[in-house]
Design a protein around this ligand. Structure first.
Ligand SMILES: *Cc1c(COP(=O)(O)O)cnc(C)c1O
Length: 239
């Protein structure tokens, strides 16, 4: 991948990403601060997360509950928001509700119910995004586009949950332009579902775009991007 070649410091990389975000936002008639950068920090140590914080990152995303819990205990996310962005297993719900500021990857009735029950038990309201499988890939998490309405309707009547928007991971492609048609479809879904005005649902956030295609995602209407490798370099899963 092209970003295997990223060798800059975390600080330099963060600056570059913020610059690119600002440019993409302005090009589509928005302000740089209207787009939130979530640094996807999986496999990176708490120290490296703090480096990114030092460079101005205020939102982090983690994929694994245990890694998030361990790094949180080390103060990795102090002063920042932590989002859960990975596939959420049922038996891990209790460890994420109330710990993550936003759970971006909710895609089933069952997860909605478990999160609702846990949040109600804690006496809190958990912010979530509904994850959409926009490419209808068998291997991917996310509700299919045609199932989104039903999931939203379900979420709107459950206590302890507040839906803030949508998230997606489009099919992997070598060409970021391939992502654009999926981003466009997501934006349309986002607008359609906003118009339906469900209780407890505000469509404030459209989370899409990663290292290879966040500029394209912003052009298509994303206001939250999740960027890992372009900030931290290529991931080493073997350590
Ligand atoms: C790892 C990850 C990202 C960031 O991916 P990069 O290509 O490294 O920017 C974004 N979203 C999710 C859900 C991820 O797991």
């Amino acid at each position: 991948m092209w970003f295997d070649k990223i060798v800059g410091s975390i600080e330099d990389n963060v600056k570059k990403v913020f610059d690119n975000i600002a440019e993409a936002a302005r090009k589509s008639g928005r302000k740089p601060e209207d787009v939130i950068l979530v640094a996807a920090s999986k496999t990176n140590s708490a120290e490296r997360v703090r480096e990114a914080f030092g460079a101005g990152v205020r939102y982090f995303g983690e994929n694994r509950v245990q890694e998030m819990t361990e790094k949180a205990a080390l103060g990795a996310y102090s002063g920042a928001q932590i989002h859960f962005i990975g596939h959420l297993q049922r038996n891990k719900v209790k460890n994420v509700v109330g710990s993550a500021d936003l759970i971006q990857s909710v895609d089933s009735d069952e997860l909605l119910e478990l999160i609702s029950r846990r949040a109600a038990g804690l006496g809190i309201v958990q912010d979530i995004l509904l994850e959409v499988n926009i490419g209808a890939e068998e291997s991917k998490s996310g509700v299919l586009p045609e199932g989104l309405d039903e999931l939203a309707a379900k979420a709107s009547v459950l206590p302890g949950i507040s839906v803030k928007g949508l998230m997606t991971i489009p099919p992997v492609s070598a060409d970021p332009l391939d992502s654009v048609r999926y981003f466009d479809r997501m934006y349309k879904l986002f607008v359609d579902i906003s118009a339906k005005k469900y209780d407890n649902i505000t469509m404030d956030i459209l989370s899409m775009g990663m290292s290879a295609d966040y500029a394209e995602a912003i052009s298509a209407g994303a206001n939250m991007v999740r960027v890992g490798s372009a900030i931290f370099g290529a991931r080493q899963y073997t350590k």
